[in-house]
Design a protein around this ligand. Structure first.
Ligand code: GRF
Length: 228
């Protein structure tokens, strides 16, 4: 982060509804994010995230993939936009494009993602359906640092919830999404406060190695990973 800047600048990348973006915006509005969302980028013109950014008066950039069919061209444009904007942290919030290794490496340790499962379980798509099919008793969401391998970066914070016998994909997805809205602002705030760092895929929280993700418990408390 630039020495002259008071708080880190965050760029949020999103393709969909943007409810996680909204949770971050609301947290920022309450003065509780320790960072400033200064740019929102989407590959989809109709993305709710762009509408939410505009409504909040934040620069909203539509970068359509069809103009840049090669992944590397698209990612170069993306990286340029992020650099031009002085983004300190890139926050992936339902950005439905796989990023090139170059792009991920350019922001190594400065890119977070939220994934709707308890990583390393159910990497990839259709996580709620897969949790139901596998009869998982517990499901949830994970905030993790991004590494070149998809959904394989170290998890820093998880939300866990019970899977009920009557759950459908829709009910499970809604419960997990509510949990996402709790954990993403916390993890982003930790980063902005300088409490959370990732170097060479090793996560440090408050200067201690984080060997397993922190978990948001049912009563809203944060449980730290047990020391080994
Ligand atoms: C969330 O479920 C998130 O875990 C996944 O994409 C979805 C984005 O939802 N990566 P929204 O656009 O923030 O509502």
């Amino acid at each position: 982060m630039s020495q002259s800047r008071a708080v880190p600048r965050l760029a949020v990348l999103a393709s969909g509804e943007g409810t996680n973006l909204q949770a971050l915006l609301d947290t920022g509005e309450r003065g509780d994010l320790a960072g400033e969302i200064s740019l929102v980028i989407s590959d989809r013109a109709e993305s709710g995230a762009l509408q939410r950014a505009r409504a909040a008066g934040i620069p909203a950039l539509h970068l359509p993939a069809r103009l840049h069919p090669s992944r590397s061209d698209y990612d170069q444009l993306l990286a340029r936009s992020l650099h031009d904007h002085g983004a300190d942290l890139v926050v992936l919030a339902g950005f439905m494009r796989i990023l090139s290794d170059e792009m991920v490496q350019a922001f190594a340790g400065r890119m977070l993602n939220i994934h709707p499962s308890l990583l390393p379980r159910h990497r990839g798509l259709h996580t709620h359906r897969r949790a139901l099919e596998a009869r998982d008793a517990v499901h949830g969401a994970s905030v993790h640092f991004v590494v070149p391998e998809l959904d394989a970066g170290p998890a820093v914070l998880q939300f866990r919830c019970a899977v009920q016998p009557w759950d459908t994909q829709a009910s499970l997805s809604a419960r997990v999404r509510r949990g996402e809205h709790l954990i993403y602002p916390i993890a982003v705030k930790w980063y902005c406060q300088g409490r959370l760092r990732c170097r060479d895929e090793h996560v440090m929280l408050d200067d201690q190695p984080l060997r397993a993700p922190t978990v948001l418990t049912r009563d809203g408390a944060l449980a730290l990973a047990a020391p080994d």
